[in-house]
Structures are given as structure tokens and as C-alpha cells.
Design a protein around this ligand. Structure first.
Ligand code: SF4
Length: 453
């Protein structure tokens, strides 16, 4: 391969997840897919290896199973791996989720020469998956320069620099880290600043795409104490609804793409009603999903009707806590009244309990068991499916800083231990494992009672 051709090819890698549990709840590396479009726009050929693609053709043709559950979600292929030292005392198995290692190695070996490799990262407590993926890339492509970006690299840059094994770290969001990454690889190209409004995530890499994830906006106007949105995106920006409808129309040219999922942080603050009207006008018939906790305050009657008419199947309301003082002290995004009204609007529009659910935070510092119980009861009374969401202290958030100031853990803690599945096993700040278990059982009881109605 000539030097100039090599300089025009970049490998993009979505790494494995390593954790005690993981589920493909519509996980697509949207940031990496935008980078793919940005590279194409620059005349650079992107090659994607998505270790979390359950429908990877090589994986399926070598006997792998996609293990589908509902609406395109499903179980990842998994293998048990040895536990990191920090969690040796915790009675949980440690697993790697994603394509088998030998398949990843084969894919890397068949890549051909590239100018470099961009690896993304997601949750900070999944960093072991990124580290192991980079180790394998290094072994298979020893001369390639490797850049790590994404959420882990942004929220914990010092930890990532010390542990990830990449040649360069490009923390941050938006276009700046991409410019830096191209510079690190010695590629002389200037990516467009208007990437979010002008480009779509590049799904052309996937041979099979039962679901696609889209963003209509970036960031959130609120600053909740437990959330990293404000750390990742400084402002709030939105995309033109007609452009988004075009993007959905293009995606749904593919027959098999039955589910379209929006993962915005604050979708109702954008021009979402205009988008819903545009989708109706174009008669796009798909199942749509809002799994990322929408703002109840903005879910009025008209919005509920438009969601129903567009065949939305998953609407998660962000309740988090029913304690008014905690609602206020954590950011003031919702009140119980907002929640009642939103639930009523959705029910009146025709949504069933299973289709409208509410996130309830479990184990927020200072949260009482009674608060979670009351939230679960509220859901039962309103006919909303409860969805308990175990608290994770996310590095850089106000809540994380407070916990460090209070001496609950040290800044240098292994991020893996902050995983919500591991937290109740060691920390003394919140609820213990048996209290968490009892609340989960109550959640199931409420769900079963709603199923019976
Ligand atoms: S409203 Fe939601 S996305 Fe916005 S800061 Fe709060 S938790 Fe995060």
C-alpha cells in the first residue's frame, strides 16, 4: 500500500465492555459513527471494528448467536475473565462482553495498513474493556499509532493516560478532540465545525442493523448533581427537525431497521414536536424509543399525542426521587406534580404501563429506603412501570466531588469499584446489598401488579 493511501485510511474501534454484567440496551457508538462521517467528508476512508456488534457477520457466520430479546435489544456474547485485583473480595464474576478475542484479532489482521487507530470509550467503570482492546490492537498492529477518546478519556484523563496503553489521548467532545487526533496521526485535514447539523452518524458499516441510535440535540440545560452531561457538553445545541427526518428516512430505507432510538440528554428541549409532526407527514412507520429519561415537565398533552401517533414504544420519564427536597437539591429538573401530569398525559394518549416507565434512582447518597418505596408506590398508583436505576458516582460530577470531600472514597479509587453493581458490596454511605435486593423485589411486585391490570 502506498504511503498516501495509508494516510487516507483510519481504523475506528468500539472496544469490549468488561464488567460483572452488561446488556445491549441499544448501545451503538454514535460518537464514533459521527467521526466516521467526518472522516469520509475529509476524503479519509474509515474502517469500523465494533466489538459490541451482536450482528457482526463474521461472528454470526462462525456460529455466534445474536441473542435477541425485544425491540432489537439483547444479550452480548460473554466470557468470564479473571477479576481485577481491586474486586477480588467481591463475590461476582467478571466478564468480557462482545465479539470473541480471536475474531477481533482476525479483523485487525485483515485491516490492511492504516494511518492510525481511534478507539472510543464509554462508562468510566468499563475502562478495563478499552485497556484490553488496546492491548490486542497493539499486539496485532504493532506499528499503528493508537488514539483514545470518548467518555472515559474525557472524565478521567489522568487515569486513562496512566492505564490505557494508547499513544495519544484526545479527551473532550465535539470537533476539538477529532482535530487533535488527526494531528496526532500526522493527517493534515481540517474537519468541519458544523458536523452535528450537517452530517449523520455513519451506519453504512453495519451489515445488519435491527436498530439505530440517533441524536437530535447535544447537552442539557440542567446541571443535576449526579449527572455528567454538563461535563461533556458545555451548552445545548439542536439539529433541524427536517434534517433529522431525512436522516431517519435514509436509515429506514433498510427494511430490517425496525427500531429507531433517541439517546439525547434533553430531547424535549429541542424541536421535538416539529420532528414528530414531520415524521407523521412522511408516514415513516417504525417503532421509536426514548430510553434516556425525558423531562416530565415538558411532556404536555400535545407531545403525548404525537408520541402515540408515531408509534413510540419506550418512554422513560426521569423521576429519580419522589422526595421534594432531594428533587430540588439534586438539580430541580422534576417535581411530583410534573410527573403526575406527564403520566396522565401519556395514559390519556393511550400508552400502556409497559410503554411508559420511570427511572427511580436507587442509592443516591442520603436517600432513604422509604423514598424509593414511595417512588415505587407512586408508579404503581399512576400505572407507570418503575425502573430502578442504581446510583453510580460519575467522576467529575458534583456528587462525586462531595463523596470525596466526605471521605467516602479517594480520588485515586479504581473506577471499576464505582460501578453501581459493585458499590453496595463495599461502601458504607448508602444502602447495603440486602436493602437493594429488597427494593428490587418491590419493583418486580409493582410491575407484576401493573401487568395484571
Ligand atoms: S436533566 Fe437529565 S441530562 Fe440534564 S443534567 Fe439532569 S440528569 Fe443530566
Amino acid at each position: 500500500m502506498t504511503e498516501s493511501r495509508k494516510a487516507r485510511r483510519v481504523l475506528l474501534v468500539n472496544p469490549w465492555i468488561e464488567d460483572v454484567s452488561a446488556y445491549d440496551y441499544w448501545l451503538k457508538p454514535v460518537g464514533l459513527l459521527y467521526i466516521s462521517s467526518i472522516l469520509r467528508d475529509l476524503g479519509i476512508e474509515p474502517i469500523l471494528v465494533d466489538c459490541l456488534d451482536r450482528y457482526d457477520s463474521d461472528f454470526l457466520s462462525s456460529g455466534g448467536e445474536s441473542q435477541e430479546k425485544y425491540f432489537g435489544t439483547g444479550k452480548f456474547h460473554e466470557v468470564v475473565i479473571s477479576k481485577p485485583e481491586s474486586m477480588k473480595h467481591i463475590p461476582r464474576k467478571f466478564k468480557r462482553f462482545g465479539i470473541p478475542e480471536e475474531l477481533l484479532r482476525r479483523k485487525l489482521r485483515s485491516t490492511g495498513e492504516v494511518a492510525g487507530v481511534f478507539v472510543t470509550s464509554m462508562m468510566t467503570y468499563w475502562y478495563n474493556g478499552a485497556v484490553d482492546t488496546i492491548r490486542v490492537i497493539r499486539e496485532e498492529l504493532p506499528t499503528a499509532r493508537i488514539v483514545l477518546g470518548g467518555i472515559y478519556a474525557t472524565l478521567l484523563p489522568d487515569h486513562a493516560a496512566a492505564n490505557c496503553g494508547a499513544d495519544f489521548l484526545c479527551p473532550g467532545t465535539g470537533i476539538a478532540p477529532i482535530k487533535k487526533a488527526l494531528e496526532c496521526l500526522g493527517i493534515n485535514a481540517i474537519p468541519r465545525e458544523d458536523w452535528f447539523t450537517a452530517l449523520d452518524p455513519d451506519y453504512s458499516h453495519y451489515t445488519r442493523l435491527p436498530y439505530a441510535v440517533l441524536l437530535t440535540s447535544l447537552g442539557c440545560p440542567y446541571r443535576c448533581t449526579y449527572c455528567a452531561s454538563g461535563k461533556l457538553w458545555k451548552g445545548f445545541s439542536k439539529r433541524d427537525p427536517v434534517a433529522i427526518a431525512d436522516s431517519i428516512e435514509n436509515l429506514t430505507d433498510r427494511e430490517e431497521t425496525e427500531d429507531v432510538v433517541f439517546f439525547d440528554d434533553a430531547i424535549l428541549f429541542g424541536d421535538f414536536k416539529a420532528l414528530l409532526k414531520e415524521l407523521l407527514k412522511r408516514k415513516i412507520v417504525r417503532r421509536f424509543h426514548l430510553p434516556n429519561g425525558v423531562h416530565a415537565r415538558l411532556l404536555d398533552e400535545e407531545m403525548a399525542g404525537l408520541l402515540y401517533d408515531n408509534n413510540f414504544k419506550t418512554i422513560k420519564l426521569g423521576l429519580e426521587t419522589s422526595d421534594p427536597s432531594m428533587q430540588l437539591s439534586t438539580g430541580g429538573k422534576v417535581t411530583n406534580e410534573d410527573f403526575f401530569k406527564a403520566a396522565k398525559n401519556l395514559a390519556n394518549a393511550g400508552f400502556t404501563s409497559r410503554e411508559m416507565s420511570a427511572y427511580i434512582m436507587l442509592n443516591l447518597p442520603g436517600q432513604k429506603v422509604e423514598d424509593v418505596e414511595r417512588s415505587l408506590e407512586m408508579c404503581g398508583e399512576l400505572g407507570v412501570y418503575p425502573s430502578l436505576n442504581e446510583f453510580t458516582p460519575i467522576p467529575g460530577t458534583e456528587q462525586w466531588k462531595t463523596l470525596i470531600e466526605d471521605g467516602v472514597f479517594d480520588e485515586g479509587i479504581d473506577p471499576l469499584l464505582l460501578d453501581n453493581s459493585l458499590l453496595p458490596h463495599w461502601w458504607k454511605k448508602g444502602m447495603n446489598a440486602s436493602q437493594v435486593q429488597a427494593l428490587k423485589e418491590m419493583e418486580w411486585k409493582v410491575r407484576r401488579s401493573l401487568d395484571g391490570k
